[in-house]
Design a binder for this molecule. Structure first.
Ligand code: SF4
Length: 383
């Protein structure tokens, strides 16, 4: 007896054929096969790839109303013991190699469910530079569960469809692949889908190569979180008074933070820390393209918990090519916030302990929050 898979191709094995000619064995094998199929489809361990709002619906599927346990499915936090990956949420190009690696770590036979329109197509974000326009550009999807978000019953229905597919496959009966939900307005992704016969094999090879890369390596050397000694001040004074008396700044716009000279910004931060402005609330850079040369504005905000949460905010203006002193030696929280501005806007921070990208892949070209950056910039091989 030949077994037929979804491609319509039959496959056979001499041992299998021989065994089937042993009297009575075919009945036993058929019964055993049915038993194993029953066991396989009623013990589907799920690996959750829940990245955003669809993940909440996914979690609700395990709660009492739907109770996914009733079909023997439990969620496992390790790919090595999972049968089905449920991708519930948006996948970004930075996550993509990790998702692919986790998928590769799942043992065969394995299955994938794309839950929600973000996982299926990238949804609203599909034309944006960080988003994978459909998880089936990375791995083969068995069941699509459309919706934004699909509710827990829809996911349960998807699991039941997967059970039917597994049973059909084990029995060697033909079953049409799930139809991928499309809309007329939706254009195809730049990276062809995994089941597209015209997909370039080099894309798959490059995805596998990048999925195997180790990207969690700690930076060289130890990070020193002790910070600089605060600059002592005589007494806590009002922020504007401090700026006027010590820094000679008297221009306080009514609708914006005062501008502090680039070479005194670190001193100001140290002074404020000594005045108990101990929480770094934000560090945000903005790009202003200009014909005579781009400028950047870097804004910082501190909070003083002991003064009723009083805020101290200031801005530093940088010309193209200029850098700014990092505040990571004063506030540990500046480390990641400044890295984010470096990554997305391209502002360089002097003496930062670990200035490298934090949100985008290391080899990303350009800085997406610059105003002249094309929103739909491609990123091979993930989008
Ligand atoms: S499909 Fe909708 S609910 Fe699901 S992750 Fe995307 S935006 Fe959120």
């Amino acid at each position: 007896m030949a077994v037929i898979d979804e491609s319509g191709q039959a496959y056979d094995h001499p041992l299998y054929t021989t065994l089937l000619h042993v009297p009575g064995l075919s009945v036993a094998v058929a019964s055993l096969d049915q038993l194993l199929t029953w066991g396989a489809k009623n013990a589907l361990y799920i690996f959750p790839m829940a990245t955003s709002c669809c993940g909440i619906e996914f979690m609700a599927t395990a709660a009492a109303r739907v109770d996914i346990d009733r079909i023997g499915s439990i969620v496992r936090a390790t790919p090595r013991q999972a049968d089905v990956m449920v991708i519930a949420g948006t996948i970004t190009v930075k996550m993509a190699p990790k998702v692919k690696r986790l998928w590769d770590q799942m043992p065969e036979p394995k299955w994938a469910i794309a839950m929600g329109s973000c996982a299926i197509s990238g949804d609203f974000y599909r034309d944006l530079y960080p988003t994978v326009p459909g998880i089936d550009t990375i791995l083969p999807v068995d069941v699509y569960v459309p919706g934004c978000p699909p509710d827990p019953t829809a996911l349960m229905h998807g699991m039941l469809r997967l059970q039917e597919k597994i049973a059909a496959k084990q029995a060697g009966t033909w079953r049409a692949p799930e139809v991928r939900p499309e809309t007329e307005k939706m254009h195809g992704p730049a990276v062809r889908r995994i089941d597209d016969p015209e997909r370039d094999p080099a894309i798959s090879a490059e995805q596998s190569r990048q999925a195997g890369l180790h990207s969690f390596d700690a930076p060289e050397g130890e990070l020193d979180w002790r910070g600089a000694e605060p600059v002592p001040v005589q007494a806590a004074v009002d922020f504007n008074t401090l700026l006027a008396e010590r820094f000679g700044i008297e221009d306080f716009p009514a609708d914006n933070a005062p501008i502090v000279p680039r070479d005194r910004h670190l001193e100001l931060a140290q002074t404020l820390k000594a005045m108990d402005y101990s929480l770094l609330i934000y560090a945000v850079a903005t790009h202003y393209p200009k014909p005579e040369g781009d400028t950047f504005e870097v804004a910082y905000g501190l909070r003083n918990p002991s003064m009723g949460g009083k805020l101290a905010q200031w801005r530093v203006i940088l010309q193209s090519g200029e850098s700014i002193a990092s505040l990571a030696s004063v506030f540990a929280a500046a480390d990641w916030q400044e890295r984010e501005q470096y990554d997305l806007v391209g502002v360089a921070f002097d003496n930062h302990p670990d200035l490298r990208r934090i949100m985008l892949p290391e080899d990303w070209q350009g800085h997406p929050l610059r105003r002249d950056y094309a929103a739909d910039t491609a990123c091979r091989p993930w989008r």
